[in-house]
Design a protein around this ligand. Structure first.
Ligand code: UT7
Length: 334
């Protein structure tokens, strides 16, 4: 009997501390009006100093496992997507999360695909499950993005926030619960569009790194914006066509939450109705790999996401990387 991957549960964690646009007005030369008009962001969450990416990931993971109805002993693979790991670069954040939530002796590793990391990790979970190697994969997207943001750089500091989301992906023989399709791709020729130059083998940690602020994220915002709209739209058209699905059949369009204007442009190009498009960018900003699972959790907790409903995920980020997925929600609703 064929084995499929199914999206069994979701959980998320958002830090309590809010960084509002008016707070940012006091830090850099910006205005609430500019930020809202250009990005749709009103506020973002910032983790306290003593909270790490793995702390947030562990909190999201515990919720996802509890909602899955499984025990921790049932999880046989842990994947964490992050570009703000606890440590550069070992041990992996997935190892630390596994320990914090009490899962031991299972395979655990991180994925680096920036904002596309969660959907990239879903492709891996699917492959492991469908090959019969694993049964229940814990997939986490977690970021303490504030740890790589220069809060004197107005072009980036208004955009990003912290948070985590997690999902349990399980084996099923019921085809109606199965991932319908998932695409992931990359083009490294645009690597300089979104980059954290140091520390790494190109620029090891040293005084120059600190003097030139190479440890902070740098982005060619406008170029990234244009490419994001084009790529996200094309990617969705491709996956819908391949699977003979009309945009109107999508219950929840859940795009990466980077900028409201990007989401609106893609949604309009696809003819999506407002009620189909999930939006959290206004309250969380761009949380990179955590953005999509936090958005799924948002509609789950508000009672909008029901068992069997079709989700269309679409993401784009540093690398450049992008990915899209057609997945029915196979979780039980609380
Ligand atoms: O998650 C991974 C993928 N990331 C993305 O998809 C992000 C894509 N990019 C964007 O969302 C947008 O490009 C931004 C929101 C970053 C910028 O919006 P934009 O419409 O592309 O603005 P721009 O970069 O072309 O800048 C326009 C002006 C510039 O001033 P001048 O040169 O026209 O005088 C900037 O200096 O806006 C200025 N500016 C700001 N002004 C007030 C840039 N940041 C700010 C700011 N407050 N925070």
């Amino acid at each position: 009997m064929a084995i499929y991957a199914s999206f069994r549960s979701i959980g998320a964690y958002a830090p309590e501390k809010i960084l509002s646009n008016s707070d940012l007005e006091k830090m850099v030369d910006t205005t609430d009006e500019w930020i809202v008009k250009r990005t749709g962001i009103k506020e973002r969450r910032i983790a306290d100093e003593h909270i790490s990416t793995s702390d947030m990931g562990a909190m999201a993971a515990n919720i996802a496992i509890e909602r899955s109805g499984l025990g921790k002993e049932d999880i046989d693979l842990v994947i964490c997507a992050t570009v703000t790991p606890d440590y550069f670069n070992m041990p992996s954040t997935a190892c630390i999360i596994s320990d914090k939530i009490g899962i031991s002796n299972v395979q655990a590793f991180d994925i680096s695909a920036a904002c596309s990391g969660f959907v990239y990790s879903l492709t891996i979970a699917k492959a492991f499950i469908e090959s019969g190697m694993k049964k229940n994969v814990l997939v986490i997207g977690a970021e303490k993005f504030s740890s790589i943001v220069d809060y004197t750089d107005r072009s980036t500091c208004v955009l990003f926030g912290d948070g985590a989301g997690a999902a349990v992906i399980s084996a099923t023989t019921d085809k109606s619960e199965a991932f319908m399709d998932i695409h992931a791709s990359a083009d490294g020729s645009y690597a300089d569009f979104l980059v954290t130059p140091a520390p790494g083998s190109v620029h090891p940690a040293n005084q120059k790194m600190l003097d030139e602020k190479l440890n902070f994220v740098q982005m060619k915002g406008n170029e990234t914006f244009k490419l994001a709209v084009k790529t996200l739209t094309k990617d969705v058209i491709d996956i819908l066509e391949t699977n003979s699905i009309d945009a109107s059949e999508i219950k929840h369009f859940i795009p990466h939450q980077a900028n409201y204007r990007i989401i609106k442009a893609v949604g309009d190009a696809l003819g999506m109705r407002e009620d189909q498009v999930v939006l959290t960018v206004q309250k969380y900003g761009n949380t990179s790999a955590a953005s999509i699972p936090m958005a799924i959790n948002d509609i789950y907790e508000s009672g909008r996401l029901k068992e069997g409903e079709l989700m269309l995920l679409d993401t784009f980020g540093g690398g450049l990387t992008w990915a899209s997925a057609l997945i029915p929600f196979a979780g039980k609703v609380k």
